[in-house]
Design a protein around this ligand. Structure first.
Ligand SMILES: NC(=O)c1ccc[n+]([C@@H]2O[C@H](COP(=O)([O-])OP(=O)(O)OC[C@H]3O[C@@H](n4cnc5c(N)ncnc54)[C@H](OP(=O)(O)O)[C@@H]3O)[C@@H](O)[C@H]2O)c1
Length: 320
């Protein structure tokens, strides 16, 4: 582990990228390169080429992406597929041309088919139809995995490159998006319970039946897993992956019902009113749960439990 290696973290102001930077700094890495979106638009091929030719990093974490909820994915499908394909194509290709030996591509659980068996393991990739609402985004992410694999297969031996991919489950914690209409379930619940507490509201109504089960991973666990996967030697990484099935799931290992989650968030926020559910609203898939066996076999397990993670997330929300 060479702490002086030059590491470029793309998307360092995002939730995942900022947590990766925190983890690298805590481990003692001293040479981290970053650029804001305004300084370097990763969809611009020429700008990305100039950046890599000048900086010549040793490693890259690709945590920049255009991300959003169902509404944004449905409203801007062209932007979701174009921006993500352009960013990842530019970064992966220019990283290769400038001599980057190690790169980590960040994907998401939406790469798996809508009806994948639960828990979803890595082999479920490309076995069925994707969830239509985020299909353009998922196609870009699948292309990113296949791009890393293709570069490894063509240039791995000749150029000594080793490009890897991780697929995180739902993440939460510091750096999350608390937008009232466009946030994921945990930040949305934190905001709603907080507002209900402040307003002394007697009841908080949650959309859906409360029975669907979802998996959540604390963001600093995710960052630790990303750095762990990057640091694995090639023989160990290859022992759990295949050249054309090389991605690794990153999950917490367990899931909770939305009702259990709402209760836990209400308790952390200190909301003492009634929590009710509106079953006339859509539920989504009954269960979405990652099989993180590959990562566990490699020696990594999540450290932060849901209650502790929610407390940290709430403290950060209050400090905004
Ligand atoms: N959050 C989750 O629950 C979750 C779960 C699974 C997987 N992931 C994956 O993790 C990765 C990062 O997600 P995140 O939650 O950290 O997203 P995020 O908070 O929205 O951060 C994304 C970052 O990418 C930057 N970016 C976007 N377009 C850019 C462009 N054209 N040029 C340069 N920078 C650009 C953004 O900068 P601006 O804001 O300035 O545009 C932002 O800093 C994504 O690949 C996502 O699929 C996230």
């Amino acid at each position: 582990m060479n702490l002086n290696q030059k590491i470029y973290v793309a998307g360092h102001r995002g939730m995942v990228g900022s947590a990766i930077v925190r983890n690298l700094l805590a481990q003692g890495y001293t040479n981290i390169v970053t650029r804001t979106h305004a300084e370097l638009d990763l969809t611009n091929q020429q700008a990305v080429q100039t950046f890599f030719a000048k900086e010549k990093p040793d490693q890259v974490y690709l945590a920049a992406a255009k991300v959003g909820g169902i509404h944004a994915n449905n409203t801007y499908p062209a932007e979701f597929i174009y921006d993500n394909l352009m960013m990842q194509n530019n970064v992966i290709h220019q990283a290769f041309l400038s001599g980057v030996k190690k790169l980590l591509f960040l994907g998401s659980s939406c790469i798996y088919p809508q009806l994948a068996p639960q828990p979803m393991n890595e082999d479920a990739l490309l076995t069925g139809k994707l969830e239509p609402t985020n299909e353009p985004y998922a196609i870009a992410k699948i292309a990113g995995i296949k791009m890393c694999e293709s570069y490894n297969r063509q240039y791995g031996q000749s150029h000594g490159i080793d490009y890897r991919s991780v697929m995180p489950t739902n993440l939460y914690g510091p750096g999350d998006n608390y937008h009232p209409e466009n946030s994921h379930v945990i930040p949305a619940l934190i905001r709603r319970f907080y507002e209900a507490k402040v307003a002394n509201a007697p009841e908080v109504m949650i959309w859906g039946s409360g029975t669907p089960k979802r998996e959540f991973l604390y963001i600093d666990d995710m960052a630790a897993a990303a750095v762990f996967v990057m640091q694995l030697d090639k023989v160990t990484y290859d022992s759990q992956t295949e050249p054309m099935q090389s991605h690794i799931n990153v999950g917490s290992g367990g899931d909770v019902t939305i009702a259990e989650l709402a209760k836990a968030v209400g308790a952390v926020v200190g909301y003492h009113g009634v929590i009710s559910f509106d079953p006339t609203k859509p539920d989504g898939s009954p269960r979405k749960w990652m099989d993180s066996g590959r990562l566990n076999n490699l020696g990594w397990n999540a450290q932060v439990g849901l209650e502790q993670g929610l407390k940290e997330a709430y403290q950060e929300f209050l400090s905004r």
